[in-house]
Write a protein that binds this ligand. Sequence first.
Ligand code: FPP
Length: 250
Amino acid sequence: MVPADLDPTRVPVHVALVMDGNGRWAEQRGLKRTDGHAAGEEALFDTVEGALDLGIEWLTVYAFSTENWKRPPDEVRYLMGFNESILRRRRDELHERNVRMRFVGRRGWRVPKRLVRRMDESIELTRANTGMTFTIAFNYGGRAEIVDAVQAIVAEGVPADKITEATIRRHLYDPEMPDPDLMVRTSGEYRISNYLLWEIAYSELVFTEVLWPDFRREHLFDAVREYQQRTRRFGGLDAERDRKRRSRSG
Ligand code: FPP
């Protein structure tokens, strides 16, 4: 259950997660790196439950980056199969929880067809769900997303002086996705690693030493607790103005 000290009126609308530390978790136990990824599944689904308990509306997880192709071929192959199998095995349960699934990233580039099919099926199955939107960033890179947006804008022939922040926003992978309020990264790494670069401009960042396979909903609650202690100003001065601004942009 949700801890009583969390303020239910100040739950972040969108939480973005970097699930880091699977490899180190496995190495510490004398296991294969891929065993660490496998152990990350339980962490992920416990976190999804916690997000649902909290009433988080958008949860976005970094499952595979455009840079992850540099990993050894065996690990890349494992991650493709692993993601495919998670979607196949768990989409019904997400559907029953009224979760809407979406994907951001370069789906049409290098990603095995079988996995793309599974993504499309998951989107289709859960399209009309009204609970949390669970977005999986797959073959995702923040710079690639901006490049893809710029290419689309140029292809549409938008005149240079008509390009605004709103134009770029509308051409991101999911224009409906609100900017994350909170970004959480596990495993004691203090980096953004090309994650949602455009979108996290004003996100609160929380870093934890916990390795991803050990992460549970309680750690999400801890991150939200820390978030609730922060004052968000969006470059402005007072909270009231922030709230007005957010309701306008949201
Ligand atoms: C980073 O740990 C983790 C990943 C590259 C993959 C995480 C993916 C999952 C847990 C599955 C998600 C699947 C779906 C369908 C949402 P690392 O290997 O970089 O760890 P290290 O920094 O210790 O080496």
